[in-house]
Ligand binder design. Structure first.
Ligand code: C5P
Length: 402
């Protein structure tokens, strides 16, 4: 049931918009307060009057945004709700979400919201299969949005394929499932993500190619399952995931300090690519080139190992400690050795050879290594790896055995 829950339903311009009327009815029957936002194109498929009548709330649309801004700003609209549902989501609106465009009320609301987003795509099967749409989908998922459908079947144009919007009953069930208390409710999670930067001088640093996509997606997935999540992020070009407390750090020492400050937690996942060494002779001033002189010598000292430190914290040890292993050869063997060396419970191992494109890319093929053995997971998006791992963590914590 959705008693007292407020849903912002964004309806974009596709023939499936007629099914959104049924979705509104179902959500209201479940007790939800539904506010609707129509794109300009959506008004070609459903009328604001029918949406307004069914939802029992004033409809928000670009065509009357002048009055709306007086009564309720788009920021309030997008934040004063429990979930934003985009149904139907056209290829165009998905592309706007992926690129962060904000050129109408719907895209602006989606850019400004800090609430969980559920997307129900609907489009021609060729548009759905286009690499651009699939890349946009992977981006939107990696930022934490959940996606339902599309389903296979006959499409409006007389063709058939994958592109039909999920049925209103399926979408309503997904909303209820996500807004119900998740399996990780009441549990605390810590996730490290991204690279660390170790300063050489005020303008130069030693870093690495980690994008943070996998760790950020995992933090968002754990939060969706109800955990209270702290994400400790090195310098990345990603938005802070919704529903997560994000702490920004730069160096490995800062990352360790921030991690220890959050203990106790129930689960810690170290997905960050932490620099193994810091620069022990970092200069406070920018190092100058000496004409004709020798290049400067950079001296390195080992950084603390955050994963190993968390794994040995005695009584403050998280019940489950998960590490990542980025390897370029004999991935599983190296990861097994790492599991033993670091003292963690699981290692998620992935191949980061340049040919595989894991670093910075949207896809990942991982192996889950524990005392119980090795599981080979199929190649899928980082968002899907995160979702699956989050559920495994939930099973381990609620079933009692890592
Ligand atoms: O030893 P290696 O860097 O390959 O181990 C990778 C795993 O250890 C990752 O989970 C990473 O987040 C973690 N790690 C860490 N602190 C370090 C080095 C690695 O937490 N200083």
């Amino acid at each position: 049931m959705l008693d007292g829950r407020r849903i912002l339903l964004v309806i974009s311009g596709g023939i499936a918009a007629y099914k959104s009327l049924e979705l509104i009815r179902r959500l209201r029957e479940s007790g939800a307060d539904v506010r609707c936002l129509l794109t300009r194109n959506a008004e070609n498929f459903v009328t604001p009057l029918s949406v307004q009548t069914l939802s029992g709330n004033r409809v928000h649309a670009d065509t009357f945004s002048l009055t709306d801004e007086h009564e309720i700003g788009h920021i309030t609209l997008a934040r004063d709700c429990d979930m934003v549902v985009v149904a139907p989501c056209t290829a165009n609106l998905l592309a706007k979400m992926a690129t962060g465009l904000a050129d109408d009320l719907a895209s602006t609301a989606l850019l400004v919201t800090d609430k969980p987003i559920l997307v129900a795509p609907a489009m021609n099967f060729r548009m759905w299969g286009h690499p651009a749409t699939q890349a946009n989908l992977a981006t939107v998922k990696a930022r934490g949005a959940a996606v339902i459908g599309p389903n296979a079947g006959p499409l409006a144009e007389g063709e058939s394929g994958v592109g039909r919007m999920a049925e209103p009953a399926e979408i309503a069930a997904a909303i209820e499932g996500r807004l119900a208390a998740g399996p990780l409710k009441g549990l605390r999670a810590l996730v490290t993500s991204g690279p660390t930067y170790e300063a050489i001088d005020p303008v130069r640093f030693i870093g690495n190619r980690s994008s943070g996509k996998q760790g950020h997606a995992l933090a968002a997935a754990l939060a969706r399952l109800g955990a209270e999540v702290t994400l400790i992020s090195g310098p990345v070009a990603l938005a802070d995931p919704a529903g997560v407390t994000t702490v920004h750090v730069e160096t490995a020492r800062e990352m360790l300090g921030a991690a220890l400050a959050r203990l106790p937690v129930d689960v810690a996942v170290c997905a960050a690519a932490v620099a193994d060494w810091t620069v022990s002779n970092a200069s406070k001033e920018k190092r100058k080139k000496q004409p004709g002189g020798p290049p400067p010598v950079i001296e390195l000292a080992p950084n603390p190992d955050i994963l190993a430190t968390l794994s040995e914290r005695g009584s403050a040890r998280p019940q489950l400690v998960v590490g990542f292993a980025a390897e370029t050869e004999t991935v599983v063997e190296h990861a097994k050795a790492k599991l033993a060396r670091k003292g963690c419970d699981w290692i998620v191992a992935n191949d980061v050879s340049p040919a595989v494109g894991t670093f910075g890319g949207d896809f990942n093929a991982v192996h889950l290594i524990s005392q119980a053995g090795v599981e080979d997971w199929p190649r899928c998006s980082k968002a899907d790896v995160a979702e699956r791992l989050a559920w495994r963590i939930a099973d381990a914590l609620t079933g009692g055995h890592p």
